[in-house]
Design a protein around this ligand. Structure first.
Ligand SMILES: [Zn+2]
Length: 252
């Protein structure tokens, strides 16, 4: 029996190696009064947070197999309708039966009401608390100056601030260094986008981050940008901010 099991696990390992199903490796994002938050990077703008028995998927893309080995989602946060954030194939492939799926109206207009009661529309400025204690506040995300024909018009998408016990985590979505970001207070960890022409350059991102001064910032959604330069600029103004550079584009 033991031999059979070890042969079986060897076969599973070989299968995992040949199909690329390896569970993403987690890292501790921050420690709250109710335990650690673990970060699993998927790619680009997609990641998963795990905290206190709750699993939060942010802009899931890359296919459901990219999430193999991770717990199923309790909360899904969708920021906006661009393809590197909203991917119907991935959403269709994931087990979202127990998930609260949060999105702006424009995303609901695009994908329809496929999630039934669990589908929650949030406008910029609204706040929701799940029964399991996850606080979610929808932030604006937009291009400057705001205009209806901008690549990201104001009100079309949501950034989010998550409250997990005593910690606050900011997820920028696709945006420039807007006032609402610069005015944020008490952010423990921030995920901030940077890449042109879709969001902002590293100079603007660094300037906005130095303004709201999170304890920790992760550049994400930065394809092709000089994140070392971002770190330098942030720390020139605010040496206390911990800039965590990670490879969000490693082949899986
Ligand atoms: Zn976008």
């Amino acid at each position: 029996m033991k031999t059979f099991l070890s042969m079986l696990s060897a076969a599973v390992l070989v299968l995992a190696a040949t199909t690329g199903w390896a569970a993403p490796k987690g890292e501790t994002l921050v420690t709250t009064a109710q335990g650690d938050v673990t970060l699993y990077r998927i790619q680009h703008a997609s990641f998963v947070l795990e905290w206190h028995g709750q699993t939060i998927y942010v802009d899931p893309t890359q296919g459901a197999e990219a999430y193999a080995g991770l717990p199923t989602a309790d909360v899904v946060l969708l920021t906006h309708g661009h393809g590197d954030h909203l991917d119907s194939n991935t959403l269709n492939g994931l087990d979202l039966r127990k998930a609260l799926v949060i999105m702006p109206q424009a995303v609901a207009d695009e994908i329809g009401e496929r999630f039934g009661h669990a589908q929650t529309i949030m406008a910029n400025g609204e706040t929701v608390h799940t029964d399991a204690g996850v606080g979610i506040h929808a932030m604006p995300m937009y291009h400057l100056p705001p205009s209806d024909d901008a690549y990201h018009p104001k009100g079309w998408g949501n950034g989010y601030v998550l409250t997990l016990a005593d910690k606050r985590i900011y997820i920028s979505g696709d945006t420039q260094g807007i006032e609402e970001m610069r005015d944020l207070d008490n952010i423990d960890v921030a995920f901030v986008c940077m890449n042109l022409p879709y969001t902002m350059d590293v100079e603007e991102a660094a300037d906005a981050v130095a303004d709201f001064a999170p304890a920790v910032v992760y550049p994400y959604h930065y394809r092709g940008q000089d994140t070392e330069r971002f770190r330098e600029l942030v720390n020139q103004r605010e040496p206390e901010i911990e800039v965590r550079l990670r490879d969000w584009y490693a082949p899986r």
